[in-house]
Unconditional design. Sequence first.
Length: 189
Amino acid sequence: MDYSVLDQEELFQLAVHAMENQQHAEAVTLLKQGVLNDGSDARLRYLLGAEYAQIGLFDRAAAEMEHAVALQPDLVMAVFQLGLLYLTQGRPEQAVQTWLGLDPLPQDHPLQLFRQGLQHLIRDEFAESRESLTQGMSANQLVPALNADMQRIVLQIDARNAAAEQTAPAAAGSVLLRGYAGSGDGKLH
């Protein structure tokens, strides 16, 4: 098919459909065509970054999400996902710096609560992390896939706490983050 005949909205909708159906090659093709048509379309750059993350091209994912956030700083899901991508790559300082873009959101916004929970996790504050992540999941009604990712982290915190009752693990926070990043759960939705 000649994708150059499609306008940006058609490319966006078809790409979302392809992504939802795990048609990675189709999604990447559609998104790349959209970026080729209009390199300043932050939505398409963000989705291209998310799709790159899905297929394990994390450097490309970060580059596209960085571009999306630079083009549209109020694209808060891109800001959050970029920080999460940095975190799963073992770059917590960059994650925290990126999440400053969430500052305009109300404190009870799900992304703020998730951000707080993940920042507690970075500091090995497991009880506080669990509490903030749980509050975020309760507040988040729009993106169930994000709740699933946060639930996996909560389960890892619970497993870490159970193990800590039996033995005192060294550097528990870094082990937890490495486990999250390496488990295939770094998929960005």
